[in-house]
Design a binder for this molecule. Structure first.
Ligand SMILES: Nc1nc2c(ncn2[C@@H]2O[C@H](COP(=O)(O)OP(=O)(O)O)[C@@H](O)[C@H]2O)c(=O)[nH]1
Ligand SMILES: [Mg+2]
Length: 220
């Protein structure tokens, strides 16, 4: 790798969009939340589990179920930039209370979020389907019982208005706020890494000049 390549690579890593992994126990709703984060925040997002090495990302969002498990306690204790989310909030009677209890167990804030409501994109044809009785099973799967109820209480509105309302109800915007509050630290970490990489590249360049002049001396 040339010095130019090293510099280019350091700059690319420094300026890349924030990368996110959604981790947690299986079936907690990781894929659905990852889809919501991609769709709503336009951030590159991968799904991870506890098997295998931790993914090389800036930030992990840990999804827990109704109660934290031992693996969640271990994940939080393992350090690294992390936001903890109590998933499937639309299925809980009192998602805020459950999240608060989980926060006490884990010793970190826990945000109740419905990945389902955050990720759903309403199309105009949905408005009639949401009001039909009985609701089509496919519509029920996409919106959940809570989403259907919210749609009905809102009445006939443009599809974007319902999408926005479901996003608001989902709790996902608290995740955006948490990501923003961590992004200063993440940017500082990237700057530190870029400076270290550039110093390394410079050191290698000096070495190469020494090697080249030494070689030139031998050749003459
Ligand atoms: N009601 C509801 N269901 C969800 C939510 N998130 C995921 N699910 C459902 O839970 C199941 C597992 O979801 P998935 O995102 O694949 O979980 P993963 O195994 O952790 O990736 C699927 O049937 C999803 O539709 C949510 O926020 N609310
Ligand atoms: Mg999945």
């Amino acid at each position: 790798m040339t010095v130019d390549d090293a510099v280019a690579r350091a700059l690319t890593r420094r300026n890349a969009p924030l990368s996110v992994a959604v981790g947690g126990h299986g079936r907690t709703g990781r894929s659905t939340l990852a889809a919501a984060i991609r769709a709503r925040f336009r951030l590159p997002t991968v799904v991870a589990d506890d098997e295998g090495p931790p993914p090389d990302v800036d930030l992990t969002i840990r999804v827990i179920g109704a109660q934290p498990r031992r693996c969640d306690v271990a994940a939080v204790a393992s350090g690294g930039a992390m936001i903890v989310v109590a998933g499937k909030a639309d299925l809980r009677g009192d998602p805020r209370a459950l999240a608060d209890i989980a926060a006490q167990t884990l010793g970190v804030p826990v945000l109740p979020v419905s990945g389902l409501l955050a990720s759903v994109t309403v199309v105009p044809g949905d408005m009639a389907l949401l009001r039909s009785d009985p609701v089509d099973p496919d519509v029920l799967r996409r919106f959940g019982v809570e989403g259907v109820a919210r749609a009905r209480e809102l009445g006939v509105v443009p599809a974007e208005v319902l999408t926005a309302r479901l996003r608001e109800v989902s709790g996902i915007d608290a995740v955006a706020a948490a990501i923003r509050s961590m992004s200063t630290d993440i940017a500082a970490g990237r700057d530190r890494r870029m400076r270290a990489e550039l110093r390394l590249a410079a050191a290698r360049a000096v070495d190469r000049e020494l090697v080249e002049s030494a070689l030139a001396g031998v050749a003459s």
